[in-house]
Design a protein around this ligand. Structure first.
Ligand code: DAT
Ligand code: MG
Length: 139
């Protein structure tokens, strides 16, 4: 995946709370185009693998349970400076620390139920995008 791409998930709270449309609007209004997208539910083994980097953290079990608790939307997004600009658009992990106007400030409930995922590097964006999509699913 090119360095102008990032990977996102709209987490189960975004779907439960009816925020998908508003969040996708914020993403496209910010200049991201959608290269791939699917509505799906992670299995326990997929969630464990996706978040393996956090396996030693105290919140890992809670994170895996939460991320498998309902459907998500997974997407690959494209824009210049995609990884950094998307992290700016989503705001801090903890919504109480997220800048006003960011997706997490508007829609996240808590540190765990925080509305969206955004890749933290070009390398992880490529790994995460390829985890969810085959080449034929990326446009
Ligand atoms: P981010 O999603 O901002 O990249 P992260 O990579 O540090 O944050 O953590 C991944 C996810 O794990 C995060 O989106 C929500 C969950 N998480 C992180 N810290 C947590 C905490 N202290 N308590 C509960 N869940 C947490
Ligand atoms: Mg992260």
């Amino acid at each position: 995946m090119a360095t102008n791409r990032t990977f996102t998930m709209l987490k189960p709270d975004s779907i439960e709370n009816g925020n998908i449309g508003n969040i996708l609007q914020m993403i496209t209004d910010a200049g991201f185009s959608i290269k791939a997208m699917k509505y799906t539910q992670l299995t326990e083994s997929q969630a464990k693998e996706f978040y393996a980097v956090h396996a030693e953290r105290p919140f890992y079990a809670e994170l895996v349970e939460y991320m498998t608790s309902g459907p998500i939307i997974a997407a690959i997004l494209e824009k210049d400076n995609a990884v950094v600009d998307f992290r700016t658009l989503i705001g801090a992990t903890d919504p109480s620390e997220a800048e006003e106007g960011t997706i997490r400030s508007k829609y996240a409930e808590s540190k765990g139920r925080n509305a969206v995922h955004g890749s933290d590097s070009d390398e992880n964006a490529a790994i995460e995008g390829n985890f969810h999509f085959t080449g034929a699913e990326i446009f």
